[in-house]
Every structure is written in structure tokens, then in C-alpha cells.
Write a protein that binds this ligand. Structure first.
Ligand SMILES: *[C@@H]1O[C@H](CO)[C@@H](O)[C@H](O)[C@H]1NC(C)=O
Length: 246
């Protein structure tokens, strides 16, 4: 059981569709390793009939189940809010930072975190890939494209800026263009800037994180049920055998 949970943590961290979410992975891996160690204590305790080790195991396991339960509830609460918004006559959705939970927003609003994520996004070539696919796409065809959350948020200016399209990552400011959205002035045609400083880019990242965490929460529930069953069995066995072990 410890093994599967430990591997679960590492498996989950490999599932990222973007490397750039790594900054949230550490707790998951630490939890997996911790469960592994506790399980080892349980196995050693029961094999070698070390009574105190089993007590420690049962106590820590109980706390762990509580912790995992809280963590799972937290994950559901944090990923409850936020979704891409459909834009009329566009194949892609747009993403607004304010739609996501405050806790997640704080994570990406921190300059320290965002600087790391931004350089990761710049290296990841998500916007370059958009150009490879459709650098000569006509504007009508580009508007019909399905873009990933990160591509929509980070690689093009927001729809309400009313910029004129030249290529997916090259847009011209028009006299009629709006500046109401702060993202509009954050936009630059420089391939290293684009909309990487936009809040829509942060929202696009949060949309990915949200989807991944939903998956984590479901896996957590399965692990929880499993842990509770194993724990109950362990408790009963310990109670029944206690007299024989003195
Ligand atoms: C954007 O397009 C204009 C007009 O075709 C061109 O002059 C400019 O170099 C392009 N900018 C970038 C960054 O590709």
C-alpha cells in the first residue's frame, strides 16, 4: 500500500502537461514518501512484532488519514471556481485571473513564483508552436482555432483589446484599440514578451493546474478509501493479537 501511494506521488508529478506547474508538486511528493515510510514502520512492526512501532504506525496513520482528508477537501474547494470564458465567434476561450480561487491567484501573483513560471513558459515554446502551425493563417481561420488555455492566455492579446491581427503572435495597436484591460498594455510583439506578463497568462496556467488538481483529488479519494480499509483491518488485527505479543 505504501508503495502504491509513494509511486502515486511521483506518477502525478510526471503527468504535468506543462513543466511549468512544477512549483506546486513538492508537497505531493513529500506526502507520498511520508506514507511510504509510515507503511514501512507498520510492516516492520507487524513482522517483527515490535509493539511500540505498531502503536506509532497506527497513530501516524490516523493523523495521515485526517491530513489527506483535509488536503482533499482543500483541493476541491480551491479548484471549484474558474473556467475559460467563451468569446463570441472565436474557437478558443479566454481566461480571467479573477475567476479563479483567491488562494490559487495568490500563488501566481507572487513575483518570485511568476518569474520562474514565465521563464519556463518562454523556454517551453508553446507560442512558437502556435506559429509553426499557423504563422500564415488568415485572421478568420485563426479565430476558429482551438487554443490551449496557455496559448490563449499567453500568446495573443485579449479579444477586448481590439488589436489588428497580422499573425498569431504579431498584432498591431489601432487608434480604436482599447486599453481598458491592463493586459492590453502588457502585450508586446517581442517573442520574449508577448503576453507572458498578462493576467490572462496566469489564468491560463491556473486553468491547467485546476484540471490537474481535480485529477489529484479523485486519486486522493481512492487512496483515502484504501487507507481507511487497511487502517481498520490493521487496528482489528492489532487489538486481537495484542495479548499474544507481550
Ligand atoms: C510583425 O509584422 C510586421 C508587418 O508585417 C513586421 O514588420 C514586423 O517585423 C512583425 N514583428 C514581429 C515581431 O515579427
Amino acid at each position: 500500500m505504501g508503495h502504491s501511494s509513494g509511486r502515486g506521488g511521483i506518477w502525478l508529478s510526471k503527468q504535468d502537461n506543462t513543466e511549468c506547474e512544477r512549483f506546486l508538486d513538492k508537497p505531493v511528493i513529500i506526502l507520498g514518501v511520508f506514507i511510504l515510510l509510515v507503511s514501512l514502520a507498520g510492516i516492520v512492526g507487524s513482522c517483527c512484532k515490535v509493539s511500540w512501532l505498531l502503536w506509532v504506525y497506527l497513530l501516524v496513520m490516523f493523523l495521515l488519514i485526517l491530513l489527506l482528508l483535509c488536503f482533499t477537501i482543500f483541493t476541491f474547494v480551491v479548484t471549484n471556481k474558474g473556467a475559460g470564458e467563451a468569446v463570441s465567434d472565436r474557437g478558443y476561450k479566454e481566461y480571467r485571473l479573477g475567476d479563479y480561487s483567491n488562494w490559487l491567484q495568490k500563488r501566481v501573483k507572487s513575483d518570485k513564483n511568476w518569474n520562474k513560471i514565465r521563464s519556463c513558459l518562454q523556454d517551453s515554446k508553446i507560442c512558437q508552436r502556435l506559429l509553426d502551425d499557423s504563422s500564415s493563417t488568415k485572421v478568420q481561420d485563426f479565430y476558429k482555432e482551438h487554443l490551449s488555455a496557455l496559448q490563449s492566455g499567453c500568446c495573443k492579446p485579449s479579444n477586448d483589446c481590439n488589436f489588428q491581427y497580422i499573425s498569431p503572435t504579431n498584432w498591431t495597436r489601432m487608434p480604436s484599440s482599447s486599453q481598458a484591460n491592463p493586459d492590453c498594455s502588457a502585450w508586446s510583439n517581442d517573442p520574449n514578451t508577448l503576453c507572458y506578463n498578462c493576467s490572462s497568462c496566469k489564468a491560463g496556467l491556473l486553468d491547467n493546474i485546476k484540471r490537474d488538481w481535480k485529477r489529484v483529488a479523485v486519486i486522493n479519494i481512492i487512496i483515502l478509501v484504501f487507507l481507511i480499509i487497511v487502517y481498520s483491518v490493521g487496528c482489528c488485527a492489532f487489538r486481537n493479537n495484542r495479548d499474544g505479543w507481550k
